[in-house]
Design a protein around this ligand. Sequence first.
Ligand code: HEM
Length: 517
Amino acid sequence: MAEIVVSVVLGWLIVFLAHLCNLLILKPRLLRAKLQRQGIKGPSPSVLFGNIAEMKRLQGRVHPTPTTSTNDFPEAIAHDWPSTLFPYLEQWKNEYGSIFSYSTGNIQRLNITDTEMVKEISLNTSLTLGKPAYLSKDFRPLLGRGILSSSGPIWAHQRKTIAPELYMEKVKGMVNLMVDTTTSMLRTWGRRIENEGGIAEITIDEDLRSLSADIISRACFGSDYSQGEEIFEKLETLQRFMSKGTVGVPGFRFLPTKNNRAIWKIEEEINSMILKVVKQRMEASDEKDLLQMILEGARSCKEDDEPSIKIARDRFMVDNCKNIYFAGQETTAITASWSLMLLAAHPDWQARARAEVLEICGDRLPDADMLRDMKTLNMVIHETLRLFPPAAFVTREALEDVKFKDITIPKGIIIQIPIPVLQRQRELWGTDAHKFNPERFARGVLGACKTPQAYMPFGVGSRVCVGQHLAMTELKVILSLILSKFCFSLSPAYHHSPAFRLVIAPEHGVILRLWAA
Ligand code: HEM
């Protein structure tokens, strides 16, 4: 008997070790060899951690974004922060060219800045490209198997459910709620300015984050928005915990167990809060908001014959609510922060954008038609998203062998397009690529860039951001209302330091001096 047990355990151990060996050594080596045979080079990886040690070494060697006093502006903003945050990408591009491979742990990446190949990838709409599987594993508590991290038929079904609710026509109907919520935040700012003798110094990031959470909560949860707000507060805490494990290397996470326990606890709380709202909805379903759409998507999911898209209704609801929050809240808030920072550093553009807002709105509050006419503000937001895109990478996993240009990318490779690098390339944007110049967007993206596909703050192809109309509308509402009520400059306490924390954010916040316009 003992002999049988020993042989079973031994057998199991051998299978386990073989699996580990394949996962950590053989598979990555095979993928690398397939790329090398096609002339693609890259740094040599170590067995367990790939190129992470080298990435950390290069990050440690570069000087951080220079400490800036406001006298140094606007030149300091032109600083090439992508080469400070991701110095290894620049170094390897110089060494190995515009398509090179490297690895984080056992994940094999193909970094692409070759514009022809980027163009081909952005035009690919097949299901052969999906979201990297590690996304749903590493960020499971935050994303689960929702629209952001899923692939194939499950993703297609979720997209079909969610996208129509965020089409431009629907978004137009949300302008009033955006105006109301923003006006209430600005009343608080106005009171602070009055109490502080006419000029107030405000760190705007937290306020903008709450504002964005309020707006998305109202858009998503309709009349249940106060419960939505509570859920979003918890999600923010969860996101903060999760971003602690990124160790500055995209796609590689390490979390101490203590953090993991805290994450599980918050995740449980959030899931049951979302399910409570869903349950109420199922009993009274006369609302027509995003939550209702997701609920209907979840119901049709159950009835559908296709077994691969049958995920439990509860999971469908919970994961997609979390995904919408994660995708839409911080990205929009951070873009508002960066836009205001850039307008504060460029008083000429601030005055021009304000003049336009006042000419269009007069003393009325903005509506959808007025927002559409705000061309200068549109240019300012596009230029902000070019210089400071919240998402650093477009990533895809090759789910089958797939050919772009003359290269066959083997199944299992993670394709990675570094958005900020591409959006600052001089060959595409001209010699002033590092400067804030909204004028370049006067004739749209086509007029701004030789290869318009290289402008991708909202991603590319069939996975392009589903909330981009909502985000642009929200940003225009927030910025136009602030411009119409206040003038602002950068506080001397502002320290310009973009940082990578799941998104590209101002590490020490944006501190503005505000006074009544
Ligand atoms: C300035 C604000 C925003 C930026 C910069 C942004 C950027 C992005 C990017 C880069 C992607 C990935 C695209 C790709 O992989 O090709 C994405 C996807 C997505 N975004 Fe946004 N986003 C913003 C706001 C929003 C908002 C407000 C919402 C929702 C209310 C939203 C919902 C989504 C969803 C659901 C996806 C996944 C789409 C899919 O995979 O099919 N985003 N976004």
